[in-house]
Design a binder for this molecule. Structure first.
Ligand code: PEP
Ligand code: MG
Length: 593
C-alpha cells in the first residue's frame, strides 16, 4: 500500500484493482474476533486422543457450515461453488488435517496451537511458489484454517449476510465463503488489506460485478466505521473522507460509468461488425467450466481459449480420461453450436502442478513446458487427447497446441491423434478426429516459420502474453522488467503481421487470445494487421465488441501500415494517441468513469 496524498481530511490509498466499478458509501468494518492470539499449552500425552477429537469436531462443524453456505448460494454465484468445494476438500487435506493431528500427537500440544503450526507450514509451501495462482491458494489454506479455528475456540463466524444497512465492507481479508454471502442490495463494494487480483475473493467480486480494491495493507486500521469512502475499482484507489469536490467528481463518474456499461452490455449479444461489414468473433478465455456462464452473459461468441491446466491444479494426481471427458463435454454442450477451443495442457513454466515430476529446471519458462512436457509424457497427453476427441462428438471443438516451437511437435501430435482415433474406433466410442487443429503462436520461432506451420494446421492463435515475453526476453511476471514488457514493441507488431500474412497466404485464419486482445487501445492495430478473431477474459468482451463497431477495416489497414514504420514502442503509442486518442481514450474514460 502506498499513501499518495494526505491532507486534513482526504486520504488516498492505492491497492490492487480486484473488480471494476465505483461506489461511494459508509464504511462497515468487518469485526473479526482475533483468531491469531492463540496460546500454546502442553497436554498430557494420554489426553492427545481427546485433543484430536476436539479438533475433529471443529473440522466437522466447519464442514457443516461450508455445506450450508454452498447450499444457500444464490443462483448467480453457483458457478463459484467450486471454490468453496475446494475448501471442503482442504478441510481434510493431509497438509492441514493430517499435520495438525500429527503435531498434537508428537508434541503433546493443544489443538489450536497444532493447527496454527500446520497452517503456517502449509502456507509457506504455497507462498514459495512463483505462480501467482498457486501463491493465492495459500489464502485458501488460511480461510479454511480460520474456519476450523473459530469452531475450536468458539468464536462466531463473520456474519456478512446479517448486515442490514447499505455499506462498503472494510476487512483485513475476506474469505470466498464470506464474499459469497454478499447481498448486492446491502453491500456496495469491499476493500481488504490483503489479497490480489488472482485471489478467489476478487474472482467472486468480478462475478458479482461489485467494485473491490484489495491489497491495501492497513486500510482496516485507518478507516473507522461510518467513514465516508470512495472505492474506485478501476484505478485500485480508495479515498477516505473525500472532499466536496472529489465527491461531485465521483458522482458524475458513477453516472457515466453506469450508462456506458448498460449501453455496451445491452448490445453485447449482437455481432461485432466493422463499419465496412467485416464480422469479428469476440470470444471468452476460461480456466474452468463454471466460467461459461460469464462468457454467455457478456455476449461471447464462443470460447477462444480453454486453459485446461487448471483442472490439473490443486490436486495430487492427474485427472483420468473420464473426468476430463465429462468436464469438456459439459463445456462443449453448453456452448454448442458456438466453438470451444480446448488448449492442451500448458503446465510447468509458471504453472507448476502437483503430480508432475519435479524437474528442478534453472529456467522453467524455457524448459519442459506445455507441449514439450506432454510429448515427453505421452500417457498424460494421450489421456487428454482422447478426452478431447470424445468430447468433440458433442459440439464444436477446436484443438489448440501451446508453446509450439517447431513443426516436429505438430507432426508428433498428429501421430498420437491418429493412434488415438484408431483405438477409439476399435472401442466403438463416439469421437471426432476431423476437428480444426491450431497452434498457439507464442514462441518467436513459430512466428518466424509461420509459413511452414500454416501448411500443417487449420488456424493460428497468437498468445501475446508469452510472445511478448519471449520476443523481448522480458519475464512476464518480473516487475523489474515491466518497463520492457509491452505488446506494442515494433518487434511484436512485426511478428504479428508476419504471422497473419503467412496465414492469409495459406488460407488459414489468425486469432489472438493473449491479453493484448482485451485492450481497446490496441484494437485499430489488430484489425488493421488482419487478426480475424479475438479472445479475452469475458468481462472485456462487451467493450471490445462495442469498439469494433466504430472502426472500418480499410481505415485500420492504413493505420497499421503507418504503425509498421515505427521503430520504438513509444512512437507506436504516440501514433495511437494522436490518431485515435479521442475515439479510444474517451471511450476508455467513459468505461472508467
Ligand atoms: C498467451 O501466452 O498469450 C496465452 C494466452 O496463454 P497463457 O497466458 O495461458 O500463457
Ligand atoms: Mg502462453
Amino acid at each position: 500500500m502506498k499513501k499518495v496524498q494526505t491532507d486534513a481530511s482526504e486520504v488516498r490509498l492505492h491497492g490492487i484493482s480486484g473488480s471494476s466499478g465505483i461506489c461511494i458509501g459508509k464504511a462497515y468494518l468487518v469485526d473479526r474476533e482475533g483468531v491469531d492470539v492463540i496460546k500454546k499449552y502442553a497436554i498430557n500425552s494420554h489426553k492427545a486422543a481427546n485433543e484430536i477429537n476436539r479438533f475433529k469436531n471443529a473440522v466437522s462443524k466447519a464442514k457443516n457450515e461450508l455445506v450450508d453456505i454452498i447450499k444457500g448460494l444464490p443462483s448467480d454465484l453457483r458457478q463459484n461453488a467450486y471454490i468453496l468445494e475446494t475448501h471442503l476438500l482442504l478441510l481434510n487435506d493431509k497438509m492441514l488435517h493430517g499435520k495438525t493431528v500429527e503435531i498434537i500427537k508428537n508434541e503433546s500440544v493443544n489443538a489450536e496451537w497444532a493447527l496454527k503450526e500446520a497452517t503456517t507450514q502449509a502456507k509457506s509451501l504455497f507462498s514459495s511458489i512463483e505462480d501467482p495462482y498457486l501463491k493465492g491458494r495459500s489464502a485458501d489454506i488460511e480461510h479454511v484454517s480460520n474456519r476450523i479455528m473459530r469452531n475450536l475456540v468458539g468464536f462466531k463466524d463473520v456474519n456478512i449476510s446479517g448486515i442490514n444497512k447499505r455499506v462498503i465492507l472494510v476487512a483485513d481479508n475476506l474469505s470466498p465463503a464470506e464474499t459469497s454471502q454478499i447481498q448486492l442490495e446491502k453491500i456496495m463494494g469491499f476493500i481488504t488489506d490483503h489479497g490480489g487480483k488472482a485471489s478467489h475473493t476478487s474472482i467472486i467480486a468480478r462475478t458479482l460485478e461489485i467494485p473491490a480494491v484489495l491489497g491495501l495493507g492497513s486500510a482496516s486500521h485507518i478507516i473507522n466505521n461510518d467513514d465516508i469512502i470512495i472505492v474506485d475499482g478501476m484505478e485500485g484507489l480508495v479515498i477516505i473522507h473525500p472532499e466536496e469536490e472529489t465527491l461531485v467528481e465521483y458522482d458524475e463518474r458513477i453516472k457515466k460509468y453506469a450508462a456506458h456499461k448498460a449501453e455496451i452490455k445491452r448490445t453485447s449479444d449482437l455481432q461485432a461488425k466493422s463499419t465496412d461489414g467485416k464480422v469479428f468473433k469476440v470470444m471468452g478465455n476460461i480456466e474452468l467450466p463454471e466460467e461459461i456462464v460469464t462468457v454467455k452473459d457478456h455476449g461471447g461468441d464462443g470460447i477462444g481459449l480453454f486453459r485446461t491446466e487448471f483442472l490439473y491444479m490443486n490436486r495430487i494426481d492427474f485427472p483420468d480420461e473420464q473426468e476430463l471427458f465429462e468436464q469438456y463435454k459439459e463445456v462443449v454442450e453448453l456452448m454448442a453450436p458456438k466453438p470451444v477451443t480446448i488448449r492442451t495442457l500448458d503446465i510447468n513454466g509458471d504453472k507448476e502442478i502437483y503430480g508432475a515430476p519435479k524437474t528442478k529446471e534453472a529456467n522453467p519458462v524455457l524448459g519442459l513446458r506445455a507441449i514439450r512436457f506432454c510429448l515427453k509424457n505421452p500417457d498424460v497427453f494421450k489421456t487428454q487427447l482422447r478426452a478431447i476427441l470424445r468430447a468433440a462428438a458433442f459440439g464444436n471443438v477446436r484443438l489448440l497446441l501451446p508453446m509450439i516451437s517447431g513443426c516436429e511437435e505438430i507432426q508428433e501430435t498428429y501421430r498420437l491423434l491418429d493412434e488415438i482415433a484408431n483405438a477409439l474406433e476399435k472401442q466403438g466410442l463416439p469421437y471426432r478426429r476431423d476437428i480444426h487443429i491450431g497452434i498457439m503462436v507464442e514462441v518467436p520461432s513459430a512466428a518466424i516459420i509461420a509459413d511452414a506451420m500454416a501448411g500443417l494446421v487449420d488456424f493460428f492463435s497468437i498468445g501475446t502474453n508469452d510472445l511478448v515475453q519471449y520476443t523481448l526476453a522480458a519475464d512476464r511476471g518480473n516487475r523489474h522488467v515491466d518497463y520492457l514488457y509491452n505488446a506494442l514493441h515494433p518487434a511484436v507488431i512485426r511478428l504479428i503481421h508476419h504471422v497473419v500474412v503467412a496465414g492469409n497466404k495459406n488460407h488459414i485464419k489468425t486469432f489472438m487470445c493473449g491479453e493484448m486482445a482485451a485492450d481497446i487501445m490496441n484494437l485499430p492495430i489488430l484489425i488493421g494487421l488482419g487478426v480475424d478473431e479475438l479472445s479475452m477474459s469475458p468481462q472485456s468482451i462487451p467493450a471490445i465488441k462495442n469498439m469494433i463497431r466504430k472502426f472500418s477495416v480499410s481505415e485500420c489497414r492504413e493505420f497499421a501500415a503507418e504503425v509498421l514504420k515505427k521503430i520504438t514502442t513509444e512512437a507506436v503509442m504516440r501514433l495511437i494517441r494522436d490518431t485515435y486518442g479521442n475515439k479510444l481514450i474517451n471511450d476508455l474514460k467513459a468505461e472508467k468513469e
